[in-house]
Design a protein around this ligand. Structure first.
Ligand code: 5GP
Length: 190
């Protein structure tokens, strides 16, 4: 998505540890007209899929997923990160290694919000090693729902999480795939 690539080049900054900061427009301060364009683009790409629910993970996926959901006319459900679990049996749970915080989180989702008849589109801001996405996919599988695919705003292609999931046959649509980045240059996959 050309608009997104231009915005990353204009406003993104590269931090130590392979972190791309886009917090002036995407995941801290949010540029809503811009994220609306992202919503339209995901709707265009998944127009042929019978999506009934959008699934994301807190925190930074939520705002984006809500805007995207307006183009699909379906609810958003977000997986919660919990430091310690007090399970009552009505939750799907999995563990996710956080890329940015270098911690393992328990991730939980109430069973009542994901049913076998659901067709799910997962939305997230970033895809790096793919741990967050794998955790969400595991929850969809456990629920017996149908995964239609994943819509990612920015994929860091050099961390290969996306390619591994595509090799498993999962439809991963990333609006910009960063191939390399350093303090003074950033390149995209064509
Ligand atoms: P993964 O699980 O694919 O390794 O990492 C995905 C998660 O880590 C995303 O949900 C995102 O919140 C965070 N993340 C990974 N890489 C970056 C990055 O370069 N910049 C930012 N802001 N977040 C990232």
């Amino acid at each position: 998505m050309q608009l997104l690539k231009e915005r990353i080049l204009k406003d993104g900054t590269v931090k130590p540890g392979n972190i791309l900061k886009v917090d002036s427009f995407l995941n801290h301060q949010m540029d809503i007209p811009f994220i609306n364009e992202i919503g339209k683009e995901f709707k265009r790409r998944f127009a042929g899929s019978p999506i009934t629910k959008i699934l994301t993970i807190e925190a930074s996926g939520i705002g984006i997923a809500c805007i995207v959901a307006q183009y699909f006319g379906v609810p958003v459900v977000f997986a919660k990160k919990a430091q310690s679990l007090n399970l009552d049996g009505e939750m799907y749970t999995t563990k996710v290694q956080s890329f940015t915080h270098k911690k393992v989180y328990d991730v939980i989702l109430s069973k009542k919000f994901l049913q076998p008849e659901d067709h799910v589109l997962i939305i997230d801001d970033f895809l790096a090693n793919g741990c967050a996405l794998q955790g969400l996919i595991e929850i969809v599988d456990t629920a017996g729902a149908t995964l239609e695919g994943a819509g990612i705003v920015i994929e860091k292609g050099f961390q290969h999480g996306g390619d591994a999931l595509r090799e498993k046959g999962i439809r991963v649509e990333s609006l910009a795939i960063v191939d390399s980045m350093s303090n003074d240059s950033l390149t995209f996959r064509a």
